[in-house]
Write a protein that binds this ligand. Structure first.
Ligand SMILES: [Ca+2]
Length: 261
């Protein structure tokens, strides 16, 4: 009975995914879904742009925050910056330096850093699902801990994803390892499965309850690592980060950079 229900789910999901992939595919003639960009990088900082979320806009333009040509929400740029079109393909003017670059976060905590990366498209497979390893005492063999497909779990030794409550949906998921690397001088850290989550919801409008943390779709990285103090750092996203239409990520118009306390 369970096998049948899983089979049905995989059938339904493959039909759904197929339908989605058709509408999501890059179509150069229609100009849809053929580029894939980082829209914003938001980082927790001692001097946040938004006390609600504690986040600072490190890269990108956000209406109601650093968008400076919005008549509905007049905004004066901080000293050292002016209202101009940022380098890259931004539609709105933002507060940028003389080179057209965004002022980056300068007081990022060394522990508990949150890197909220907002994209202009849904992401492809950045989440994986825990295998059902109950037959082996809950311990999965190396390389067989997760399935990239929530319904077709053939990479699991048991052939099934963990579904203890039998609702046909995987119980536990994690990020794909190696989505991003933080470098601060000689220090380098590449993200693991447990270093955050993918949030497919959200849009380009800050939420009343969530503030800047409501922007999405987003990869919210919370690396369990202590960064070096008072250091210039960069965030590099790996080629594992692709759009749902399988388009490679464009290079941001300036390096994704920040400075720790
Ligand atoms: Ca379940």
């Amino acid at each position: 009975m369970r096998r049948i229900s899983i089979g049905l789910f995989s059938l339904v999901s493959s039909v759904l995914f197929t339908a989605c992939s058709i509408t999501e595919q890059c179509d150069p003639e229609r100009g849809t879904h053929c580029s894939f960009d980082v829209e914003q990088l938001l980082i927790n900082d001692v001097q946040p742009d938004d006390p609600l979320s504690g986040l600072k806009i490190d890269y990108g333009v956000v209406p109601g925050f650093n968008e400076c040509d919005d008549p509905a929400s007049p905004y004066t740029c901080p000293p050292g910056t002016s209202c101009s079109t940022p380098a890259g393909s931004f539609a709105s003017k933002g507060c940028v330096d003389s080179a057209g670059r965004f002022p980056t976060a300068r007081s990022v905590p060394t522990t508990g850093v949150v890197l909220h990366v907002v994209f202009d498209s849904l992401l492809g497979k950045v989440t994986q699902y825990a295998c059902d390893c109950t037959a082996t005492g809950g311990v999965c063999a190396a390389g067989h801990e997760f399935s990239l497909d929530p319904f077709v779990c053939t990479s699991c030794e048991s052939g099934a994803c963990l579904d203890a409550n039998h609702d046909g949906l995987p119980d536990s998921f994690a990020l794909v390892a190696g989505l991003a690397t933080i470098r601060c001088g000689d220090f380098a850290y590449t993200t693991l499965e447990t270093d955050g989550e993918y949030v497919p919801g959200g849009n380009q409008f800050p939420g009343a309850q969530t503030g800047l943390a409501g922007l999405g779709p987003a990869l919210v990285l919370r690396p369990a690592v202590t960064l070096p103090e008072n250091s210039d750092c960069t965030l590099e996203l790996s080629d594992k980060v692709r759009s749902k239409a399988d388009v490679a990520l464009s290079k941001p118009s300036q390096p994704l950079a920040f400075h720790t306390r």
